[in-house]
Unconditional design. Sequence first.
Length: 163
Amino acid sequence: MTWYWVALIVLATFWAMEYVAWFTHKYLMHGLLWFLHEDHHVKEPGFFEKNDAFFLIFAIPSWLCIMLGMMNNYWISVSIGAGIAIYGFAYFLVHEVWIHRRFTWFKNTNSLYLAAVLRAHKMHHKHLGKQPGESFGMLIIHPKYWRQEVEARKKQKARLAKV
């Protein structure tokens, strides 16, 4: 298998994972698996949350795809596993590091995209219960959050110009 097919499969899997994560978050985490996800919305003391179990739920298929694919020289499976793993790493950086500041690596950034992601996630967390909810995705966000962030920046710029 040529490298560009591997890269294409990894990239397609990465983006497909955004939709898998959205579906899982909306219908499972805020549904049947709420007992694992609830402590993510209602913060309890301690570093770890029951919600962290979802790391394993997503990591196991990635690991299996990579391991079984390598054992059988089946690079499509390895590529799918790699796409899932890369999405998991992106999720960790965006959700755990940037949004929830579980690690203080990215304190200052002026990224419009990251600010809009943060705004969308704050809207998700304004709901403390299982239902209702909004903004269940992570990397792909509704355009209204982009617009809200652009407007907030314009207002901030205008306030600073008056000073």
